[in-house]
Design a protein around this ligand. Structure first.
Ligand code: MF3
Ligand code: CO
Ligand code: CO
Length: 289
């Protein structure tokens, strides 16, 4: 269906199309003709959706701030799960992980060689030398925010500490590339460059993702890429960047028994940090961290 110049714009601004996204659509058409993958309209959020996703992101950040206070030697990952669960509800949110495709807990707690999707466990007590990723997603008023952070417990091997730091730098470098009329491939490119420079490897096939209206949406965000390739970035896109960086080999396997836990093939440590971001007119805004 073709939209008329005087019809309301598809973006939800309530402005006439000719005064809103008409020039934008023509610009994207030109990119497409040059061979670029351009986002479809459903990937671009309405102002109302952005407001909702921003709020959900803020709540998610608050939950991470809360659980952070309990991440110490001696605590069990089950106790951390309960804090996430209860505080999310207290703030009026829903823990998005709980029951998602049958996932049994409210948060993912991934320790040492666990790459992601570690399941909280009453028998897993944090001990000195551990590194842990806490990955939390909140639904608030129907919208989603998703973020994760790393923690070093007690006395962590300097090389492992370095892995945690470099992974954070990978996320920040990726974030710098996140601006209108760059490409998803630019983000993956700088992440892979930085990780490789330090002798680490990037996990493939487990990706960042569109996030906000649903938990996991298009586009999928590879943490390895080539400049100028993959989807064009435009204002109004919301997605995560969440590099998983391994100290040894990039290969991983899934636990057959629990069906969730992803671990490195060589048993060496893995780190991950995640933000949900919004592409703005000038760059990117972090919606959850
Ligand atoms: N929060 C994870 C992500 O960043 C997804 C976890 S799904 C779960 O995409 F079911 F394992 F919780
Ligand atoms: Co996450
Ligand atoms: Co995510």
């Amino acid at each position: 269906m073709k939209i008329g110049r005087n019809d309301p714009c598809w973006c939800g601004s309530h402005k006439k199309y000719k005064n809103c996204h008409l020039a934008f659509d023509e610009k994207l058409k030109a990119y497409e003709e040059q061979g670029a993958i351009v986002p479809t309209h459903d990937i671009i959020r309405t102002p109302e959706q952005i407001e909702g996703i921003r709020k959900a992101g803020e709540i998610n950040t608050k939950v991470l701030d809360k659980v952070e206070q309990y991440v110490k030697e001696g605590v069990t990952t089950e106790e951390l799960d309960k804090i996430v669960h209860d505080y999310t509800l207290e703030l009026g949110g829903i823990p998005a992980c709980l029951g998602y495709c049958g996932y049994p807990k409210s948060v993912c707690t991934s320790i040492n060689e666990v790459v992601c999707h570690g399941i909280p466990d009453p028998n897993r007590i944090l001990k000195s030398g551990d590194i842990i990723n806490i990955d939390c997603t909140t639904i608030y008023n129907g919208y989603y925010g998703d973020a994760s952070r790393m923690y070093c417990i007690g006395d962590v091997d300097p090389k492992v500490r370095k892995l945690v730091e470099v992974t954070k730098e990978c996320l920040e470098l990726g974030l710098k590339e996140a601006k209108p009329y760059s490409f998803l491939g630019d983000i993956g490119y700088v992440i892979n460059e930085h990780a490789t420079k330090h002798g680490f490897t990037v996990v493939r096939d487990i990706c960042g993702h569109g996030c906000g209206v649903d938990f996991h949406e298009e586009p999928y965000v590879s943490h390895i890429g080539n400049r100028g390739e993959d989807m064009l970035l435009v204002p109004g896109m919301t997605f995560t960047i969440e590099p998983m960086i391994n100290m040894g080999v990039a290969e991983y396997y899934e636990d057959e028994e629990d069906g969730w836990t992803i671990s490195t093939a060589d048993g060496l440590p893995s780190a991950q940090w995640e933000y949900t971001i919004l592409i703005t007119e000038t760059g990117a805004e972090i919606l959850s961290r």
